[in-house]
Design a protein around this ligand. Structure first.
Ligand code: SF4
Ligand code: SF4
Length: 499
């Protein structure tokens, strides 16, 4: 059933950023070397089943452990293992299997027992295919199967939320993901998930501006009484689990834990398509679609890459070189700044954004019309010329100034805490239970308060410092929410995330 459009209080709608990826997909060349991290997505890090000198093929399982919460990991190419070693992978020491490609062509073997006629397969077989393909590690809580791929069993799932809202400044194209037969495959994927989670209600949340897609989905699912479609305003950070749960289910989120702890599984569209491909086509999850965005990219498109391809191989020839560039992974607001381009992409990557690196302060920049600037205060010309594209760069045009109590940070905060108040306490070293009472641990690190602050105060970073200091004083952030929720799989979740 199609539900009325919904949204949440706070947040911010990014408008018309320059360098959105066009709905075009190009297959990236298979690289000479892939570097496969043995922790990808949800689950504990695995031990390698292969060693230096072993020959491997694309789709071969190179790490698997059914005794811990995890999903198998595969080689993404035909090749020979050059090395197994630990490296610093985005602030975390992770074991990597480095494989030199020996044969870039050749078929990827299919998982045994897959069938386009999936309705004839047993639940156990379906869950096994999802698990063996590795797609079960996607998103924040993984996909529950009887193979310990998530923290709750499939029958305990009460709600499955699939989201394709796209509220970041740069997003993967929904039109591309659901193009032609992909829409039908996606809906088959949803039905497969419903089959293995029989006690769940399914909620499809889609970008309210994509009316065509919503119409098609509504038409194709009108007979499914267990499925509702929600048009959601593409307001950041609508895609966060902590915001989706209250917006769709009208219930509180257990901050510090995951939605799975309250029986809710949240998946994105690529994960659902991956489920279809695993069960119906037997494809191991060794490729990922990534949007290459931002004004410093020569041609903004989507690419399909093998997991383990280095960012150097992806960016080669794609970045404009006339000016210095900053590359950010996954989210312009909260993603990692890329300093080492030899690192590989894993199953979880969705965006690579490149913007000009500018440090020169413009004289009286605030007095310029700013027709290409994004502005929360609507002070710039771009706000009355909505068709003009915003051109983001890294320039802050000045240093941090004192808080002017404008209240913008409080207005946008999607979890209804007061960032400037928390920051003032932390900056004055008032690290005590007052911060807990102000809900410091409810911060979901969306970065919006820092983005809108006219005084350029790094509010999110200060709040994070406050959280760390409280934790160092022995405060257990998760204990404060326990009396209000009947949480499932707490120990398993702690085991995976090392809370
Ligand atoms: S947005 Fe910045 S200046 Fe305004 S109240 Fe918050 S911290 Fe203060
Ligand atoms: S306080 Fe946290 S949740 Fe609120 S806007 Fe800032 S970063 Fe986002």
């Amino acid at each position: 059933m199609l539900k009325p459009a919904r949204t949440f209080r706070g947040g911010y709608k990014f408008k018309n950023f320059n360098g959105q990826a066009r709905p075009v997909i190009v297959e990236n060349q298979i690289p000479a070397i892939v570097i496969i991290p043995l922790k990808q997505g949800f689950g504990t890090e695995l031990k390698s089943l292969v060693k230096k000198g072993d020959a491997v093929f694309a789709g071969q399982t190179i790490a698997r452990d059914d005794s811990v919460v995890s999903s198998p990991i595969h080689s993404s190419v035909n090749g020979v293992v050059e090395e197994v070693k630990r490296i610093n992978y985005f602030k975390r020491q992770t074991t990597m299997v480095i494989i030199r490609t020996t044969n870039a062509s050749g078929e990827i073997p299919r998982l045994e027992g897959c069938s386009p006629d999936w309705a004839r397969l047993s639940n156990e077989k379906i869950e096994e295919l999802i698990y063996l393909s590795g797609v079960s590690s996607l998103d924040r809580e993984g996909i529950p199967t009887r193979f310990k791929s998530s923290i709750i069993p499939p029958e305990e799932v009460k709600h499955l939320i699939v989201h394709g809202v796209g509220s970041e400044p740069y997003n993967i194209s929904l039109e591309l993901l659901l193009k032609d037969k992909n829409l039908l495959n996606f809906l088959e994927g949803v039905k497969i998930l419903k089959r293995i989670m029989p006690n769940s209600k399914v909620h499809l949340s889609l970008n309210a501006q994509k009316r065509n897609i919503i119409e098609q989905v509504t038409k194709l699912t009108s007979q499914l009484e267990w499925l509702d479609t929600y048009p959601l305003e593409p307001k950041y950070p609508q895609g966060y689990d902590e915001i989706l749960v209250p917006t769709i289910l009208n219930q509180n989120f257990p901050y510090g834990y995951s939605a799975a702890n309250i029986g809710v599984v949240i998946l994105n569209i690529q994960a659902v398509l991956g489920v279809y491909e695993a069960v119906c086509e037997g494809k191991p999850f060794i490729e990922r679609i990534i949007a290459i965005c931002g004004p410093s990219i020569k041609d903004n498109i989507h690419i399909k890459v093998r997991v383990g391809t280095s960012l150097k191989d992806i960016l080669a020839g794609r970045v404009k070189t006339e000016t210095p560039v900053r590359v950010v992974l996954n989210s312009l607001l909260t993603g990692f700044q890329l300093n080492d381009i030899s690192l590989p992409v894993d199953r979880t990557f969705s965006h690579i954004v490149a913007i000009p690196e500018k440090r020169e302060r413009e004289f009286l920049s605030f007095m310029r019309p700013g027709k290409t600037r994004d502005s929360y205060t609507r002070a710039f010309l771009a706000e009355i010329l909505p068709w003009v594209k915003r051109a983001p760069d890294t320039n802050e045009h000045g240093e941090e100034r004192p808080c002017i109590s404008c209240g913008f940070c409080e207005e946008v905060c999607p979890v209804k805490i007061i960032p400037h108040l928390l920051a003032k306490h932390v900056q004055r070293s008032l690290i005590d239970e007052t911060l807990m009472n102000y809900g410091i641990f409810n911060c979901i690190e969306c970065g919006l308060c820092s983005y809108v602050c006219p005084s350029k105060i790094s509010l999110m970073k200060i709040i994070k410092d406050g959280q760390d200091k409280l934790t160092m004083q022995g405060c257990d952030s998760t204990q404060c929410i326990l009396p209000y929720f009947n949480l499932k799989g707490i120990e398993e979740y702690r085991g995976v995330t090392k809370l």
